[in-house]
Design a protein around this ligand. Structure first.
Ligand code: NCD
Length: 305
């Protein structure tokens, strides 16, 4: 009951106890426990920005919990298109729903929604800022496949600058004792705000541009797409597009036990010929999104304890 009604906006607001609890409950949900944990409830699913996995895995999770869903999958079909403010949209939906799941292109939009709504708000991605529920499924996948999170060596590769999944995951991992490898072209390095955060948590990290040099060290290589839509200048994007790729040419610079994760969608950073390699776990990871989100909804509803 401790987490009943909580907003989930940023990893900064959470702690190790919550993450450990969520991992444990996700495992139980995956094993078939806690069905119908939101029976009779209404969950609003508001996607102002495109989504495949987050939207559809939330839809699936909502169905698993026995809740009903309302919402939209594009700002164009909501009154945002008529000029309605975000606060007014949220204040209205707050009249209908028990839990609000929201994705928006503006950083801070989820926090703003949580300020005006009585219902708990779950951030399903706000611009280049945070994506907590993706992090929960990432952590769960690591926890399952590696038997825990402590003492792992984890590479975060790609667009560390604009990738919200990276920002949330880096913060979450800093609640554990891990060693990080921050792998990216120099203009896509992790923002100083997150570097300072790692420093404040005394997390050991290495900054590099090339995963092949350190691949044998890694327990996990978490790869991301370059976030084209977040670049103000397309020329800057073109400079780094295609600058890294995991393929049959370089995969054996990883150890035989390194798992490869990716939040998806991918563009060209993981070649499809890698998909059959036993280390490639990104589609398995996507499936875990359903269990993690079902567990989260039940916890927030106060019915998973
Ligand atoms: C990510 C996102 O939306 O931030 N996708 C997802 O939720 N699985 C990653 C991305 O878009 O690159």
């Amino acid at each position: 009951m401790k987490y009943k009604g909580m907003d989930v906006i940023s990893l900064r607001d959470l702690d190790r106890d919550f993450l450990d609890f969520l991992l444990k409950k996700t495992k139980e949900v995956k094993e078939g426990k806690w069905q119908n944990s939101c029976k009779g409830m209404i969950v609003a699913s508001l996607f102002f920005e495109p989504s495949t996995r987050t939207k559809l895995s939330f839809d699936t999770a909502i169905a698993m919990t026995g809740a009903s869903m309302i919402g939209f999958s594009s700002a164009a079909t909501s009154s945002t298109a008529k000029g309605e403010s975000l606060s007014d949209t949220i204040k209205t939906i707050d009249q209908y729903a028990n839990i609000i799941v929201m994705r928006h292109s503006i950083e801070g939009a989820a926090r703003r929604a949580a300020e005006v709504a009585n219902a708990p708000v779950i951030n399903a991605g706000d611009g280049a800022n945070q994506h907590p529920t993706q992090t929960f499924l990432d952590l769960f996948t690591i926890y399952e496949l590696k038997g825990g999170i402590e003492n792992l060596k984890i590479g975060l590769m790609g667009d560390l600058r604009f990738g919200r999944t990276i920002h949330s995951l880096a913060m979450a991992l800093s609640y554990y004792n891990v060693e990080l490898y921050l792998i990216s072209p120099s203009i896509l390095q992790l923002p100083s705000y997150y570097i300072d955060y790692l420093d404040s948590k005394k997390i050991k990290y290495h900054i590099t541009e090339d995963f092949t040099q350190i691949g044998k060290e890694l327990d996990v290589l978490y790869c991301t797409r370059i976030q084209r839509e977040r670049f103000a200048d397309p020329v800057e994007y073109e400079k780094v597009a295609g600058s890294y790729e995991i393929s049959t040419k370089n995969i054996d610079s990883l150890s035989k036990d390194t798992i490869i994760l990716h939040p998806l969608p991918r563009v060209n950073e993981i070649h499809s010929s890698i998909d059959t390699d036993p280390r490639a776990k990104y589609f398995y990871q996507a499936k875990n999104g359903v269990y993690t989100r079902a567990a989260l909804l039940g916890i927030i509803a106060g019915n998973i304890n």
